[in-house]
Design a protein around this ligand. Structure first.
Ligand SMILES: C=C(O[C@@H]1C=C(C(=O)O)C=C[C@H]1O)C(=O)O
Length: 398
């Protein structure tokens, strides 16, 4: 028997083992589609002409030619156009099924947290009022305004415990941890999150996007939650806010797809902390071999959707620059992976935080449209913070 006839089976991993094997510096991504853990750096992927998809396709080809099994590009891209990105072809990739029954970690991610809101609640409400003036003046139709909580732990934050608690709280979410260390950082910097929002996923020629917009906090009381869901379904403000996002996502995907299916009205989906209006859009790619139609190419074409930015995009970006005192960094950017065949999955990097040494900077935003109430938007962002706050062991702060 010649040696080449010996076929080694692909190693089989359990999702819980990959989560347990995650260490700061690795890349982790899990969703209902599966779990991916990647380590080491084979190549960095840099932007050319504002996008990463062509360089990603080249890097994947080069890695495959050199014999790397299952080459993928993994990482995160920041919010602003031209923002920093942390995209690499890793040296080793392990895959498993979707998280099932993940164990909660025994250790806490941090201790004795100090919390600093940036801006404070009153200043955020004021920024919402200013956004409403811009909308009244006809300059904008929608803008998503975010605020930040800076949490400081008495000891270095243990990212693997934070990630494990996020996955344990919501195994169905898009969970991610990506190394985004920048020059000058005193310690590794990690983007970590548990997003409910699929920017885009590709499998063969099939594309799926799942824009969310229009939200209500989950109360935990079934009767109250039934009322909140019914109110969300009937709210003209929320349905309008949602339509801005779903229409834009459908418009962008129409440029790449035939047979685009867009449900006529949104449904309501739940996370452990929120209810959201949701539209699941599917299509078939016209040219699956084009790098622009890879999962990363599609994600970059869609980003930033009005779920995290606004309408029109340029006006909303300018309003965010003017009204948000903190740079978003990777919050509301994207995190995910793309393979050699163009398949992949990218989540909108919300319900997320950047962790560096003893600090956790977490953001939450809310879509402002005509009819928005500053106090309700403040409460909505407070509810959205709960995903990360609970994971670090805190309850509501502001
Ligand atoms: C901006 C965030 O969430 C986005 C905004 C939503 C809204 O305004 O209703 C809903 C879901 C997300 O698309 C966030 O969580 O920070």
């Amino acid at each position: 028997m010649s040696l080449s006839a010996v076929v080694r089976p692909r190693p089989v991993h359990l999702s819980a083992d990959l989560l347990a094997a995650y260490l700061t510096g690795s890349f982790y991504f899990s969703s209902a589609r599966g779990t991916l853990l990647a380590d080491g750096v084979r190549a960095h992927v840099r932007a050319t002409g504002g996008t990463h998809a062509p360089a990603a396709a080249e890097a994947l080809e080069a890695a495959a030619t050199a014999g790397l099994p299952d080459p993928v590009v993994v990482g995160a891209v920041g919010f602003r156009p031209g923002a920093r990105a942390g995209l690499v072809v890793p040296a080793v990739v392990r895959r498993a099924g979707a998280p099932a029954d993940p164990r909660p970690p025994a250790v806490a991610p941090g201790t004795d947290w100090r919390v600093t809101p940036r801006p404070g609640p009153a200043a955020y409400a004021e920024a919402v009022r200013r956004a409403l003036e811009l909308i009244d003046g006809g300059e904008l139709r929608k803008v998503v305004l975010a605020r930040c909580l800076e949490l400081t732990s008495a000891s270095p934050v243990w990212v693997p415990a934070l990630l494990a608690r996020l996955v344990h709280a919501d195994p169905a979410c898009y969970a991610f941890a990506a190394d985004v260390t920048a020059p000058g950082d005193p310690a590794p910097r990690t983007l970590v999150g548990a997003s409910p929002e699929l920017l885009v996923s590709r499998r063969g020629a099939t594309v799926t996007a799942n824009p969310l917009a229009g939200s209500a906090p989950r109360s935990g009381d079934d009767a109250v939650d039934r009322e909140r869901i019914a109110a969300l379904r009937a709210s003209a403000k929320d349905l309008g806010e949602h339509a801005h996002t779903a229409d834009r996502v459908a418009e962008v995907l129409a440029g790449f797809c035939t047979d685009l299916r867009v449900p006529e009205r949104p449904e309501v989906i739940g996370t452990p902390t929120m209810w959201h209006l949701s539209t699941r859009i599917t299509g078939r790619l016209r040219d699956p071999a084009d790098p622009a139609s890879s999962a990363l190419g599609l994600a970059e074409a869609l980003h930033p959707t009005p779920a995290v930015c606004g309408v029109p995009t340029d006006g909303a970006l300018a309003a965010i620059e003017e009204l948000e005192p903190e740079d978003r960094g990777y919050y509301a950017g994207m995190a995910g992976w793309t393979g050699l065949d163009g398949d992949g999955e990218w989540a909108v990097a919300i319900r997320s935080a950047e962790v560096c040494d003893r600090t956790v900077r977490l953001f939450a935003g809310a879509g402002i449209v005509a009819g928005s109430d500053p106090r309700a938007e403040l409460a909505e962002t407070a509810a959205k913070f709960r995903t990360l706050l609970r994971a670090v062991g805190l309850t509501d702060v502001v």
